[in-house]
Design a protein around this ligand. Structure first.
Ligand SMILES: CC(C)(COP(=O)(O)OP(=O)(O)OC[C@H]1O[C@@H](n2cnc3c(N)ncnc32)[C@H](O)[C@@H]1OP(=O)(O)O)[C@@H](O)C(=O)NCCC(=O)NCCS
Length: 145
């Protein structure tokens, strides 16, 4: 499966903000406009387009917390047209492998407690729910070995 993660820049930001989830999924993830605005304000954010071939099909973002050094993923979405094709799983695998290869030993992912689809996906990659919370979100953690 030809999935790659690419930086968001002046050439592809429009593609990024055109990606949308289904209406009933909007409660689980803020818009990509919101994600890019956060990335503009917080320079540690690493926003990435998820590409299938040359088509951007999704968006994710991760960061290393500048205060405590913790790595966390705070965005993952696949456009409604491209869901259920394995792209979300593959994108996370690529990210986790890359972080592991650069020496990262633990990665958090922030999500809504009732996002059953995402939780199933995260569990399949080894994430375990922690007792930590962030606002109305919960946090799962994985050691990317
Ligand atoms: C969560 C999300 C990123 C998954 O991306 P995806 O590319 O569709 O997921 P995958 O195709 O890799 O699916 C992996 C597994 O998740 C589960 N899954 C995915 N979509 C599902 C759905 N609509 N209903 C039930 N299970 C689903 C299945 O177990 C699936 O494996 P299977 O197809 O072999 O049964 C996508 O549904 C999405 O963008 N949702 C809205 C935003 C969101 O909730 N993001 C997470 C915020 S933290």
């Amino acid at each position: 499966m030809n999935i790659t993660l690419r930086n968001i820049d002046e050439n592809n930001w429009r593609d990024c903000i055109s990606l949308k989830v289904k209406n009933d999924q909007k409660k689980f993830v803020a818009s990509n406009e919101n994600g890019l605005a956060i990335a503009f304000a917080h320079k540690e954010m690493q926003p990435r387009g998820i590409y299938y071939g040359e088509t951007m099909v999704g968006f994710l973002m991760y960061a290393q917390d500048p205060d405590d050094g913790v790595y966390y993923i705070n965005r993952l979405m696949i456009d409604k047209k491209y869901q259920r094709k394995g792209f979300g799983t593959k994108a996370l695998e690529i990210l986790l492998n890359g972080l592991r290869d650069s020496g990262v030993e633990s990665v958090d992912i922030i999500h809504k407690p009732d996002n059953e689809v995402a939780i199933k996906l995260y569990k399949s990659l080894g994430f375990k729910l922690t007792e930590n919370t962030l606002d109305e979100n919960v946090i799962s953690n994985v050691i990317p070995i």
